[in-house]
Ligand binder design. Structure first.
Ligand SMILES: Nc1ncnc2c1ncn2[C@@H]1O[C@H](COP(=O)(O)OP(=O)(O)O)[C@@H](O)[C@H]1O
Ligand SMILES: [Mg+2]
Length: 230
């Protein structure tokens, strides 16, 4: 088992946002994390990554316990995170953004990110801050993939991006997760998109998981989809 999260309670300072979330993920499995705005998706991801407070609960990656605030250990275990603001270094070039991550490479043979995103190959020397939003998302994902992770976590893949670039990001993620046996946790406002990329789905409400199952089954289930209506 790659990820084993048990009874995670987390939030910020004294504020409890995530109210006891448990889930597991096998190597190579892909999970869409859905739910309306403000239900605690970002806080759950940040709590798992050690970027928000974990008040209780346990996280194991590949059977190894990870303490509440230990992002370095997560990196060593092959877990990478693309935050909802993408976290691209605006003044560094595309190549510099990607090279930075290679310093903490997990796999010996990382993903060939320029083959995956040919757009970036022609823009290696361009400052990342001068790219379009979609290209910056490609840089953020390329940087995460260039460490050769076993688990990629992406918060808000398609937010604010035009449909054509969303489609190419979708294809790239489907391809890279299959080819590299890469596990994925994906948050997106578009449930159809997230369930197209991920085989499993989990829905949150008020900091708790209220539904989960196979995307293929739930993508057409009306009562399930009603949980997602804003
Ligand atoms: N830094 C923070 N400090 C306190 N509360 C926060 C902070 N960030 C988010 N929240 C609150 O946590 C709740 C869940 O937010 P979030 O995890 O961002 O939800 P989602 O990603 O599902 O939209 C919201 O009520 C939000 O106001
Ligand atoms: Mg969020």
């Amino acid at each position: 088992m790659l990820v084993n999260a048990r009874d995670i309670i987390g939030g910020y300072g004294a504020i409890r946002i995530v109210n006891g979330v448990s889930f597991t993920l096998e190597a190579g499995e892909t999970l869409a994390l859905l739910g309306r705005n403000g239900v605690g998706k970002t806080t759950l991801l940040r709590t798992l990554m050690g970027l928000a407070d974990r008040f209780s609960g346990t996280l194991e990656i590949d059977g190894q316990p990870v303490a509440a605030r230990d992002p370095r250990k997560l990196a060593r275990l092959g877990v990478t995170f693309v935050p909802d603001n993408r976290g691209v270094f605006a003044r560094l070039t595309v190549a510099e953004n990607i090279e930075l991550a290679r310093g903490c490479a997990y796999a010996e043979t990382p993903v060939d990110v320029y083959a995956l995103f040919p757009d970036l190959a022609t823009r290696r020397d361009q400052p990342a801050g001068t790219l379009s939003g979609g290209q910056q998302q490609q840089v953020a994902i390329a940087r995460a993939l260039s460490v050769g992770p076993r688990l990629l976590i992406i918060d808000e893949l398609s937010q604010g991006l035009q449909p054509s670039i969303v489609q190419s990001l979708t294809q790239a993620l489907i391809e890279v997760t299959r080819q590299h046996g890469l596990a994925l946790i994906l948050v997106d406002q578009n449930p159809q998109l997230a369930m197209q990329i991920c085989t499993k789905v989990m829905v949150m409400q008020r900091g708790e998981v209220v539904a989960e199952g196979a995307s293929a089954t739930l993508a057409n289930d009306k009562s399930f989809l009603d949980l997602l209506i804003v």
